[in-house]
Design a protein around this ligand. Structure first.
Ligand SMILES: [Zn+2]
Length: 227
């Protein structure tokens, strides 16, 4: 099957290929990529990560051989995006400045109550994460957390605070989180009903090597958590 594609060269490290039905696909050279992989995310669309040693021609061939997969998953991701938008539309409205103050205060309060310390905090209008904690204990919180019921908001804050001590989702992590919030798994399940929490499922990835080790992903931009 031959697909007609047009190519726009944007730089030596990035190209945009127009593919019928898919729209613009970004081919981007990546120092972290060890093999060709295609990712579809609700807000960023389709992106092919291209290791420096691999040519753009090979990246296009990889894309051409996965068009069926891309079409199917683009549709799936578009549905998730719609659901995400209606999730937010269904939550109460917020005033951003008030929300930032509320979240920072609550983080500080809970950290003090349970003896946690963190480095920096950033409150953002993130599209795909409720919260994250970096290896140097910088905490990111989603501004929309204040729109959830208070127990869920506290759950996310305490989940990230606990990551300052336990850098994984091991049994120990969940046992300790239970000690802080009660039914941690139950709250986690409830949070995942809000579509933002479906990040891992809403992002599709297809790699040129299917034996990719998912437990050892390093493409989270230095963040180990994607709550
Ligand atoms: Zn986590």
């Amino acid at each position: 099957m031959k697909e007609k594609t047009t190519q726009k060269i944007t730089s030596s490290a990035r190209r945009i290929v127009e593919v019928p039905e898919l729209g613009g696909v970004v081919l981007a050279k990546s120092r972290r990529a060890r093999r060709l992989s295609m990712t579809i995310t609700p807000y960023k669309g389709i992106r092919v990560a291209v290791p420096y040693r691999v040519s753009f021609a090979d990246a296009e061939a990889f894309l051409a051989s996965h068009l069926g997969w891309a079409r199917k998953n683009l549709e799936r991701v578009a549905k998730i995006r719609k659901a995400h938008e209606s999730t937010l539309a269904g939550l109460p409205a917020i005033r951003p400045n008030r929300a930032r103050v509320m979240l920072k205060n609550r983080l500080c309060e809970l950290a003090q109550r349970y003896g946690f310390s963190y480095n920096r905090v950033a409150i953002r209008n993130q599209k795909t994460r409720w919260g994250s904690c970096s290896h140097v204990n910088n905490i990111n919180l989603n501004i929309n957390l204040v729109r959830l019921r208070p127990e869920l908001m506290d759950y996310v804050i305490l989940h990230e605070l606990l990551h300052t001590r336990v850098k994984n989702h091991s049994r120990t992590f969940w046992v300790q989180l239970d000690g802080l919030v009660g039914d941690a798994r139950g709250l986690d399940k409830e949070l995942k009903k809000h579509v933002l929490g479906l990040t891992a499922a809403s992002e599709c990835e297809r790699s040129s090597n299917e034996a990719r080790d998912d437990d050892n992903r390093s493409d989270y931009g230095g963040l180990f958590d994607r709550l």
